[in-house]
Design a protein around this ligand. Structure first.
Ligand code: B3K
Ligand code: ZN
Length: 876
């Protein structure tokens, strides 16, 4: 158990920083075991803070060698060290130059926060609070400074020395050399970066529309150069897109990306020097799937877009995190939609939101997009802050329209450039640019929980009048029992009995409108009256998923109708999914009662229709073919039954595979790719559809086809799709395929991650024994976040029927992993706790076992505060 109770930070307690730091000079002497960091801070009292506020500098694990103020050594009695690692300087002057020298050990840093080594090279990660592990500093985003960074290092071990901004000087003789980087833009400490080592670059150029020549470099380990093309291409397309869509240009002469295989998350937007997980840089057709390909495009764009939304305009405090993350996710979503199929992109994003954010919003870690408190900010880089945050930006976009949104962005940046601001500043800019009162939209930022809406309608044939009543309510979440209504834009249309879209006229309007319109549901209940409606219509609601809500109670006959006829592709897909979900949930109930599992022929019919029309848009067809996932179904149940859900889904897949066998096989054969391998939207869509067919055919018992595809595959998408299906089954084909895949890819970390993940997610009765055995595999490395996630998180989050095995062994495995990982990397350990927190949604027997494991985690000595926060909140 922790002996202290970690401090909770509250949003309401915000106070401006006591001191500002206008300039920072950093000087590094790099050494894996003992790096020296000399910092010169030009400080002055913040006129906006109390005149006697102390000069407190954050620090974490720093060994102070010396400290001077304006050249004079500070005596020990003026240096007050806090238990949290901080340093307070007694009797500070109103302004002055503080110089400190500290020593740190990058090679001993397994947390991957601050300065650390990976493969003998040096990398940093500072967001959110890692800079304090490098030097003493007011490590908070509202202290923005201009940085000059000098790096000294061994010339042979570290030929490449990088930091933010522009390279301004270099030199050195003999074994060591040095470089100096200057970043002309003021920035918060979390955007500081340093990369040094034996790296090679793939380079290109981009000319901005005002004529700035930008050198682009992607820095990788020797041998990885040939796999950077897609990342570079994505970067150039992102730069062009941001100019075209938002008028935002890059603002330095160089843009560096460094790829590292030990990294806590996807990537980091440090000013001018993005650091990326290799997973989001390196790709070749043989080694990366289409999903990886799309992930690279998205993440490269996301980090690049942060240059304006995050870096030039940053967050006042970490409660405002969604100011940069929600907005930047919205921007990367729009970018990807413009690069490929908008409808398919939207479907995927909504799938992701429902898989991760909806359960979070209904669980113990539910928090508003702008949280009110935290213990460890690292725990709040969540689907709620990112994905729901992006949905809220989208709501505003929908409400005020694209043109006003663009004006709002211009205003937001013009007003707030080089400042650390709040979510109110963003909403105010959108409001001022549009002239539309957006004050009630703050409810979306301040209330946790997923709003539920329901529709009721009435048709009056004599008056040709149609009345649509919409109701909303948000379920209570911890600490927020009563919720007020939020403004919900409901994009909608009306379909006539013939399935055709009808023009609509509200009673308040003079003329009818054609196509989609948006109703604004602001109250708990509101009625919308449509005139001149010739026949009882079917309403198509929430087109394009116009708000992150749960739409309840659409009758099945309407779902079937909409799935076939609606003009909006999202609603067509959604209605098919909701129809299938409602059938499946009924089957789960039957399974629980011990009744035989029937089959709803409409599901096979829908698959047949999808296949018949698949030519027009294979990627959409692939999305439509996939049955709702196990997590999505569990999230619809008060008390989930992961085993019954799994059985039902497997049963249905086999049944559909049998009933639609010939059509599935015909589509599968017709889509065989004989030409050269191509990565474009159309080719990706065809592979997705073909592999969706393969999944049904395999479920129906034809494993020979998967084996043949695995043996013949020349790209990772097809190879992995087949391997996953084989790994789910039994028999010699399984073992042979896994062994040959391992033998072929043993030298490639990113592919080996897939090999671990596929086995962790195989829903076989021996899954727990398998993951335990894999943990002892020589290629397993708990210290590497990608590898740890590929086994542990893939099992706990991606294999629900086995994770929730009634023996409780799945829970024990996860808790053991958290306990082992916590002292190594607390931030990854904390993120693994999540699945155990869902105990309230499980049966009493499972819940008790889950709580026991959470308690065991909590009882562990010296737990990190992040893991403490997750485990203790989960138990509440
Ligand atoms: N801003 C980083 C995330 C940092 C996470 C720190 N625990 C990546 C991104 O969202 O772009
Ligand atoms: Zn981001």
């Amino acid at each position: 158990m922790r002996t202290d109770t970690p401090v909770t930070i509250h949003r309401q307690d915000y106070a401006p920083p006591a001191f500002l730091v206008d300039r920072v000079g950093l000087e590094f002497r790099l050494d894996p075991a003992a790096t020296e960091v000399r910092a010169r801070l030009a400080l002055r009292r913040n006129p906006a803070a109390a005149a006697d506020a102390p000069l407190r500098l954050d620090g974490d694990g720093l060994a102070l060698q010396e400290a001077r103020m304006d050249g004079t050594v500070l005596p020990p009695e003026r240096l007050v060290f806090g238990a949290d690692g901080s340093l307070t300087i007694a009797d500070p002057p109103a302004s002055g130059l503080l110089e400190t020298l500290v020593r740190i050990a990058p090679e001993a840093n397994t947390s991957l926060m601050g300065l650390y080594t990976s493969g003998g090279n040096f990398y940093t990660q500072c967001e959110a609070e890692g800079f304090r592990r490098i030097t003493f500093f007011p490590d908070r985003p509202d202290v923005m400074s201009r940085y000059t960074v000098t790096i000294h290092a061994d010339r042979l071990r570290c030929p490449v020395l990088l930091s933010n901004g522009n390279l301004v000087e270099q030199g050195g003789e003999g074994a060591t050399h040095w470089v100096r980087w200057e970043d002309p833009h003021p920035k918060p400490s979390y955007l500081f970066a340093l990369v040094a080592g034996d790296l090679v670059s793939v380079s290109d150029r981009f000319t901005t529309r005002s004529g700035r020549e930008v050198a682009l470099h992607i820095w990788v380990r020797r041998g990885d150069e040939s796999r950077c093309g897609h990342a570079m291409d994505s970067l150039k397309r992102s730069m062009a897109w941001d100019e075209e869509v938002f008028g935002l240009e890059y603002d330095l002469d160089v843009f560096n990306i460094a790829a590292v295989s030990d990294f806590n998350m996807g990537a980091m937007e440090n000013k001018g020097l993005n650091v990326f997980n290799t997973k989001y840089v390196l790709a070749s057709p043989e080694s990366a799937t289409d999903g990886d390909w799309q992930g690279i495009e998205t993440v490269v764009a996301h980090e690049y877009f942060h240059n304006w939304t995050g870096n030039r305009v940053t967050c006042r405090d970490w409660f405002q995190l969604s100011l940069k993350e929600g907005l930047t996710v919205f921007r990367d979503q729009e970018f990807s939609a413009d690069m490929g199929s908008r409808a398919v992109k939207r479907i995927r994003d909504v799938r992701g939101l429902r898989a991760a954010q909806f359960p979070e919003d209904a669980g113990p870690m539910a928090h508003p997009v702008r949280p009110d408190s935290y213990i460890e900010i690292d725990n709040f880089y969540t689907p709620t802050v990112y994905q729901k945050g992006a949905e809220v930006v989208r709501l505003i976009h929908t409400r005020i329209g694209a043109a006003a949104f663009r004006r709002g962005m211009d205003l937001y940046i013009a007003r707030n450039d080089n400042q650390a601001v709040t979510i109110e500043d963003f909403v105010r800019a959108m409001q001022d640019a549009s002239g539309i009162d957006l004050s009630s939209f703050m409810g979306w930022y301040d209330q946790a929980g997923t709003p539920e809406i329901a529709a009721e309608d009435r048709y009056d044939p004599a008056a040709r009048r149609y009345t649509l009543t919409l109701r909303q309510q948000t379920p209570p979440t911890r600490g927020q029992a009563d919720k007020r209504p939020v403004p919900i834009p409901v994009a909608m249309g009306l379909l006539g009995p013939d399935g055709r879209e009808q023009p609509t006229r509200l009673a308040s309007e003079n003329a009818a409108q054609s196509g989609t319109r948006t109703l604004l549901l602001e109250a708990a209940e509101q009625s919308f009256v449509f005139e001149d409606v010739p026949a009882p219509p079917v309403p198509s609601l929430l087109r394009g998923f116009s708000a992150p809500v749960r739409l309840r109670g659409v009758p099945r006959d309407r779902l079937r109708f909409l799935a076939v006829h609606d003009t909006d592709p999202f609603v067509r897909w959604e209605s098919g999914q909701q129809y299938a979900a409602s059938v499946m949930l009924e089957m789960v109930a039957a399974q629980q009662r011990g009744e035989a599992l029937g089959f709803d022929a409409a599901l096979a019919e829908a698959v047949a229709n999808t296949l018949a029309a698949a030519d027009a848009d294979p990627a959409f067809a692939a999305e439509a073919l996939v049955l709702p996932g196990e997590g999505f179904l569990a999230d619809q149940m008060e008390i989930a039954d992961p085993v019954a859900i799994h059985l039902v889904r497997r049963h249905l897949r086999a049944e559909i595979g049998r009933r639609c066998g010939p059509a599935l096989r015909a589509t599968y054969d017709a889509l065989a790719d004989h030409g050269p391998y191509r990565i474009d939207g159309a080719s990706i869509g065809r592979r997705a559809l073909r592999n969706a067919c393969l999944a049904y055919l395999t479920a129906a018992g034809d494993t020979a086809l998967a084996k043949a595809q695995f043996d013949a595959a020349t790209n990772m998408t097809d190879s992995l799709a087949a391997l996953a299906l084989l790994a789910d089954g039994d028999g010699p084909a399984r073992e042979a395929a896994l062994a040959s895949f391992h033998a072929r890819w043993r030298g490639d970390d990113l592919v080996l991650d897939k090999w671990f993940a596929i086995q962790a997610m195989a829903a076989r009765p021996d899954a727990i024994a398998q993951v335990r055995a894999l943990q002892a595999h020589p290629d397993f490395d708990l210290k590497n976040p990608n590898r740890a996630r590929s086994l542990i998180a893939s099992f706990a989050a991606g294999n629900p029927s086995q994770f929730h095995d009634l023996s409780g062994e799945g829970y024990r495995f996860l808790a053991d992993a958290v306990i082992a990982l916590d002292p190594v990397n607390g931030s990854i350990a904390a993120r693994l706790v999540g699945p155990l927190g869902q105990w309230r949604r499980q049966s009493a027997a499972r819940g008790a076992l889950m709580r026991r494991e959470l308690q065991r985690v909590l009882d562990t000595p010296d737990l990190s505060k992040g893991t403490f926060e997750k485990a203790s909140k989960a138990l509440l």
